[in-house]
Design a protein around this ligand. Structure first.
Ligand SMILES: NC(=O)c1ccc[n+]([C@@H]2O[C@H](COP(=O)([O-])OP(=O)(O)OC[C@H]3O[C@@H](n4cnc5c(N)ncnc54)[C@H](O)[C@@H]3O)[C@@H](O)[C@H]2O)c1
Length: 339
């Protein structure tokens, strides 16, 4: 079974591809290695994957229709795990075009490939950010998601809608995964846990928004990858009980499904920072900042649906996960722990 992983040089893409390769699956990975963050980190992730013989790296843009056609024409791809996107909430305020290009034009191209080449299953990354202005906690896939508070969130919500149209029109099984703040080794330098670790080690101040009065459902990368892996052969079926008079938001008369993929244990930002401080053995210099545009105060995943489908149970605690991240950080950047 050949699987295409888009965004394979990215954080979640690399870990997902590695899991597939470790399970003897053939993986084609595409990424345009853009410079949103350190390109060398992306290249190093690809080097990790090139240790496996059944991995093929393809450097290119998912929005390039001819390039994508060529990939599908020459390889028998049965499953697409679509993780390429312009990520980041705050960046979407200053660079909206990057989101339109990768998350909308790119996503449309992926859907067209799945339609034309009759792919068995499209699994794609959505985001907890689709819950936007909702404050009902925990966030459930039964809730409406019509009030995004950033363009990033709006593109992810659009992906879910576009996927539904293709599932309905062409019968393509699509599974959308709303990831909740993913962290771990080989992580993203633009994310708070990465910047906190770097700045605390370097004795620099960390910016903490909304006076630290925030909660995040931090989810360790291995738990995310387990969820994706177990859904591979769980193609969504048409929900025969779906009622068009009372339309359930996350399933359909079409082979379409959306799940939350999160830890189900939100942590206060201040406690998260304290855990990093303890693991590094150094206090943070905290620069309190107001709430940022596009941000939300709390995220918390209701994962009942995913538990019922694949018996999903996140395993890694914040303490374990952050320790593994910090160990990786020190080893990758060659930081002497004693200094
Ligand atoms: N990390 C999180 O906490 C989180 C949370 C919610 C959703 N997500 C989503 O999960 C997916 C993976 O996120 P990540 O954290 O690994 O991000 P990432 O930025 O590390 O990975 C995305 C990869 O996609 C590539 N890419 C972007 N546009 C492309 C294009 N047009 N063509 C080809 N490649 C392109 C980038 O170069 C990058 O390597 C994204 O869709 C993201 O929006 C992530």
């Amino acid at each position: 079974m050949a699987i295409l992983v888009t965004g394979v040089a990215g954080f979640i893409g690399m870990h997902t591809a590695k899991k597939l390769l470790q399970n003897n699956l053939e993986v084609f990975g595409i990424d345009n290695i853009n410079d949103y963050y350190d390109v060398n980190l992306k290249k190093d992730r690809i080097k990790e994957l090139q240790k496996y013989q059944s991995f093929t790296f393809l450097e290119g843009d998912i929005a390039d229709r001819n390039y994508m056609m060529n990939i599908f024409q020459h390889n028998s791809i049965q499953i697409v795990i679509h993780l390429a996107a312009q990520a980041g909430v705050r960046y979407s305020i200053t660079k909206p075009d990057a989101y339109i290009h990768s998350n909308l034009v790119g996503f449309a191209t992926i859907l067209e490939m799945c339609r034309y080449w009759k792919v068995n299953h499209l699994i794609y990354a959505s985001s907890s950010s689709v819950y936007g202005a909702n404050t009902k906690i925990p966030f459930s896939t039964n809730d409406g998601t019509n009030h995004p508070v950033s363009l990033y969130a709006a593109t992810k919500k659009s992906n879910e809608l576009m996927a539904h149209a293709y599932s309905h029109l062409y019968g393509i099984p699509t599974t959308g995964l709303r990831f909740f703040t993913v962290y771990g080794p080989w992580g993203r330098p633009d994310m708070a846990y990465f910047m906190f670790t770097k700045n605390i080690m370097e004795g620099k101040a960390i910016s903490v928004f909304n006076k630290g009065l925030m909660k995040r459902d931090f989810t360790y990368i291995d738990d995310i990858v387990e969820g994706i892996y177990h859904l591979l052969n769980h193609m969504p079926q048409k929900n025969e009980d779906w009622d068009s008079l009372m339309p359930h938001p996350s399933s359909s008369h079409a082979p379409y499904k959306v799940y939350n993929l999160g830890n189900n244990k939100p942590v206060e930002l201040i406690r998260f920072i304290e855990t990093i401080e303890q693991l590094i053995g150094k206090k943070a210099v905290i620069d309190l900042q107001p709430m940022q545009a596009g941000d939300v105060v709390e995220t918390y995943a209701d994962i009942d649906d995913l538990q019922a489908t694949i018996d999903f149970q996140p395993k890694v605690t914040i303490e374990q996960g952050l320790k593994t991240f910090i160990d990786w950080y020190q080893s990758y950047y060659g930081i002497n722990v004693q200094s």
